[in-house]
Write a protein of this length. Structure first.
Lengths: 236, 756
């Protein structure tokens, strides 16, 4: 059983988070400012921290800096600010992820799962979580796992059903993470046909792919459109 | 040699060696010349040379004897080396000569000598004795010299110099200059020769003049040297003439005559005639060698001396050897040249002066030697600076002339620059100068009527000064006015960084400039205030929406949790759904509000890059494929074969497209077509979005662009009414343009960007 520390000065939000997380089978410890969070961390073995940035007594950034001195557990920041600068600051001081308020409960759970899975895989803890040996036929980007032998794609461990075209596009993108493929490249690669004017089809397929693989398709984390150039897959 | 380069000691030694050998060459040359004047090197026998040298001794001794005789006691008893006799008058036959009763005095020991020299000398007062010759001494006014009567063929008056006429006597085709003065009288020009007045017309007839030339008198060329004077004796002057017989003895002994000296001179001259040319050649060769070495050494130095002036910076040749101008090298080359010329001028003047007035041969020789040493010393120094300047390539730059020239050209360029500047901003500029020139011309024409006036020169001078003063005033006025005008124009065009530099302006223009500056400052402050308040507004909106977000998070979360509680009450479920929808809409509204506020104030960080519009349109079509299908709108995209690219931030450009496409989905009438046309016109990429509105568009396009205004007044559909406003702000931030137009139910958005 993974223990999650939830830290926010808003009791209602802490409560709501607790309901969601316990529903998923996690044990939740509460804290209402950065200082309390640090105290809890000293006493108990925590596997993941969910922390607000704007808090009294000690804010999230300060607590983050303190926390990183002694712990390498995943930390997800909760923030009302959606400004790029705040995200950058949060990630710079050592946060592993961030979620902007108001958050989507499904997305929140997914991210928590994703962070925990990665933490376990890297061997952060000795117990719990099965570590899958990465094999040559398995491509992995964040929470997405593509098993080419079984032609199976999972997102955070849950199977996602894709059409063959979507599967091919995903595989192409995942084979070269970070590389931007233009719709024309993708079309000629997947359809093996250099017909012009069929690029719209690619865009539709990528959109479907995104809807299936992203909790918030408007703010995609993996399948990213580089507007005016093409598409890529990357772990942010 | 290379090792020695740059050493100061070496330079000094080479300098001294060069001087020493130069002196040797010079002395050799002098000795050679003296020997040549005695008759050496001209194939003459030693007897002739001896006679040449002796002859001057004869003359000197005759002078001694005659001048002593004037006082009563002839000197000839002391002449141990002569047979000597003096006779009165100048007309003696050889027979009469041998008659000792005719002698005034004689010291013949064995009677009349077999070989002798007979010469006539005149003694008395010669009024004019300007003898330009190379005999040292000036006490010739008591004893005449060898006197030869010459017929003057003609007198020539040179009146090219109006203040000083010169008269030449022409004898045997040669000209002798006479000392004369002249006066302008009513009867014409009168010349005074030896105090006797002659009319100009009389001059040609004075053939009775006797001239006393000897071998030392210069023969003049009229066209050349006019400064030397021949001795002109007027026939009626009082001269008593003597005939002198002299014969030198075989064995010369030391005595009180000059023959002994002449003999000694002859003895020395024999070896001198050989040593002189050798000394000259050897000295010259070594002097040239050392000179070349000295020239190649000059300019190089062992150690580097830092200079704050770029032109004196040392140039590194190799390890501790530098080429640099130092000390005397820094003196401008033309100053140097003038200095060296003056030095030589002074030296030559001293030498010439010594020739004319010197009386002591030895002293004169020493002076000449000193002058030559000084001359060579400065000549070598000058050559060294010249060589150094050549090596530093500064022989032209390092002259007062070049400095003056560059100063002048800088000054000229500045004037020209200012003039062009004011011509650019002041339209009257050229016209005013034409008027100025025209007025000046007519004034000059008017003034020229006064040319007869003896004050004409002064008038013209004052007029000229006045013109210059007014030209300067006009120039300054135009410049200052131009500056004020140009700055005002810049401020008008929105450059608030511009300000008038009112320093050194004329009083009224200065005030004008100050007023403009204060207007500018006012504008500046106003704009800054506005920026501040806009910034404040953005900050306020940002903060408020953040504060709203926290409770909204709770609402959304608990609505979600409530939905998960299985509630049997159907109404409650319906209400929950409303709560869910509206809370999500509130979330969207908040985000749009933030974006609109940031976009409208330009508080957005742009990453401009080339964006392929064709690809972007493909992506847009893909993204909205289903949404359009649901809305019942069919999308038609028209693009050129080669899709253009534009410079934009792709994320924000997507945002613009997203907003516009969402509008089409929201407000497009069902079962209609929407169009996106992409075209390139005049280096501009134009994107047109066309759709048919499902509701009647009864508001103006301006209103549509305002925040929170929506096509339907009922505000029933989702949306914040900020979409178009955000799209327009972002488009403009990226340097594009967005235009709306409404025709009936036809809604048209036109985006244009510069193509790249």
């Amino acid at each position: 059983m993974n223990k999650i520390l939830v830290c926010d000065d808003e009791k209602d939000i802490v409560n709501a988070l607790k309901i969601y997380l316990t529903g998923e089978g996690y044990e939740v410890v509460e804290a209402f400012n950065g200082k309390e969070a640090l105290e809890v961390l000293e006493k108990e073995e925590i596997h993941l921290v969910l922390m607000d940035i704007m808090m009294p007594v000690m804010d999230g950034i300060e607590a983050m800096v303190e926390l990183r001195r002694s712990y390498n557990i995943p930390v997800i920041l909760l923030t009302a600010k959606s400004e790029d600068m705040d995200k950058v600051l949060g990630l710079n001081v050592g946060a592993d992820d961030y979620i902007t308020k108001p958050f989507n409960p499904v997305e929140l759970i997914a991210r928590v799962k994703s962070q925990l899975r990665r933490y376990m895989m890297l061997g952060g803890v000795s117990d719990g979580g099965t570590i899958t040996e990465p094999s040559r036929d398995i491509l992995r980007i964040g929470g997405i796992e593509l098993d080419d032998r079984a032609k199976k794609v999972t997102l955070d461990g849950e199977e996602v059903s894709l059409t063959p075209r979507e599967y091919d596009i995903l595989k192409l993108l995942m084979e070269h993470p970070g590389k931007v493929y233009s719709p024309r490249d993708i079309y000629s690669e997947i359809w093996q046909d250099p017909t012009f004017g069929a690029e719209n089809t690619v865009a539709v397929h990528v959109r479907h792919l995104r809807e299936k693989l992203e909790y918030d398709p408007a703010n995609p984390r993996y399948v990213i459109a580089v507007w005016g150039h093409g598409y890529k897959i990357s772990e942010e | 040699m290379k090792k020695q380069r740059g050493k100061t000691v070496t330079k000094i030694w080479v300098f001294i060696a060069c001087m020493v050998f130069g002196m040797i060459a010079l002395l050799g040359a002098v000795a050679t010349m003296i020997c040549a004047s005695f008759g050496y090197y001209q194939g003459k026998s030693s007897e002739q040379i001896k006679n040449n040298i002796y002859e001057s001794a004869y003359n000197t001794d005759a002078y001694l004897a005659l001048s002593a005789g004037e006082e009563g006691n002839y000197y000839i008893d002391e002449f141990d080396n002569y047979e000597f006799a003096i006779l009165p008058g100048d007309k003696w036959s050889s027979k009469e000569l041998k008659d000792s009763s005719n002698y005034i005095v004689s010291n013949f020991s064995d009677g009349f000598p077999e070989s002798y020299i007979q010469k006539v000398y005149a003694v008395g007062d010669l009024t004019t004795y300007h003898i330009a010759d190379n005999v040292f001494g000036d006490s010739w006014d008591e004893v005449g010299y060898e006197k030869v009567k010459k017929q003057v063929d003609q007198f020539v008056v040179d009146d090219t110099d109006t203040d000083y006429h010169t008269i030449y006597a022409q004898i045997d085709g040669k000209y002798y200059c006479m000392d004369a003065s002249f006066d302008e009288t009513e009867d014409g020009i009168v010349y005074y020769i030896d105090g006797v007045a002659f009319q100009e017309s009389e001059l040609g007839t004075f053939n009775s003049f006797e001239i006393v030339p000897d071998n030392d008198v210069f023969e003049l060329d009229v066209a050349e040297d006019k400064s030397a004077y021949a001795t002109i004796e007027i026939s009626d002057s009082t001269l008593s003439e003597y005939t002198v017989i002299s014969s030198s003895k075989e064995n010369v002994v030391k005595g009180d005559d000059y023959l002994y000296e002449a003999n000694r001179l002859y003895t020395y001259s024999k070896s001198l005639s050989v040593a002189g040319p050798i000394a000259f050649i050897v000295g010259l060769v070594f002097a040239i060698i050392f000179f070349v070495i000295l020239m190649s050494l000059s300019g190089y130095h062992k150690e580097e001396v830092k200079s704050s002036y770029e032109i004196y910076q040392a140039k590194k040749i190799d390890e501790n050897l530098y080429l640099q101008r130092r000390g005397l090298d820094k003196i401008p080359m033309d100053v140097n040249l003038v200095f060296i010329i003056s030095i030589f001028g002074v030296l030559i003047a001293i030498a010439v002066d010594g020739v004319t007035y010197g009386s002591n041969l030895m002293l004169y020789m020493i002076i000449i030697l000193g002058l030559i040493i000084i001359g060579v010393f400065f000549g070598l120094l000058y050559s060294m600076t010249l060589a150094s300047n050549f090596k530093n390539k500064s022989w032209w730059k390092n002259t007062l002339l070049a400095m003056g020239f560059s100063l002048f050209s800088k000054w000229y360029k500045k004037i020209r620059g200012i003039s062009r500047e004011s011509a650019k901003s002041v339209k009257m500029h050229t016209r005013l100068w034409i008027i100025y020139g025209g007025v000046a011309f007519f004034e000059f024409v008017g003034l020229s009527f006064l040319a007869d006036s003896y004050r004409f020169g002064t008038i013209i001078f004052i007029w000229f000064i006045e013109k210059i003063v007014f030209a300067v005033l006009l120039f300054k006025l135009l410049h200052q006015f131009g500056e004020i005008k140009a700055t005002t124009k810049e401020i008008t065009e929105g450059n608030l960084a511009a300000s008038v530099n009112t320093e050194n302006m004329f009083i009224d223009l200065q005030e004008e400039g100050d007023y403009i500056n204060s207007i500018k400052n006012g504008l500046d402050t106003a704009i800054e205030e506005r920026m501040k308040s806009e910034h404040f507004q953005t900050e306020l909106i940002t903060n408020v929406s953040h504060d709203i977000k926290t409770p909204l998070t709770s609402i959304i979360s608990y609505v979600d949790l409530l939905e998960k509680e299985k509630i049997e009450n159907e109404k409650a479920n319906e209400y929950l759904e409303v709560l869910d929808r509206q809370s999500k809409r509130l979330k969207k509204l908040l985000q749009d509000l933030l974006d609109a506020s940031k976009a409208s104030t330009g508080n957005v960080e742009l990453h401009m890059e080339k964006v392929d519009v064709g690809v972007l349109l493909n992506q847009v079509v893909g993204e909205f494929h289903e949404k359009l299908g649901n809305a019942g709108v069919e999308l038609k995209v028209k693009t050129p074969v080669t899709a253009p690219c534009i410079l934009a931030d792709s994320r924000y450009l997507w945002r613009v497209f997203d907003n516009l496409m969402n509008n089409i989905c929201k407000y497009g009438a069902i079962n209609t077509r929407a169009y996106i046309n992409l075209e390139v016109k005049d280096a501009k990429v134009i994107l047109t979005f066309l759709n048919t509105s499902k509701d009647e568009l009864n508001i103006s396009t301006d209103e549509l662009l305002q925040r929170f205004v929506r096509g339907d007044s009922s505000r029933n559909t989702e949306g914040s009414g900020l979409g178009l406003s955000i799209a327009q702000s972002l488009t403009e931030l990226m340097g594009g343009e967005m235009k709306l137009s409404v025709e009936g139910d036809l809604f048209k958005v036109e985006l244009s960007f510069a193509s790249c």
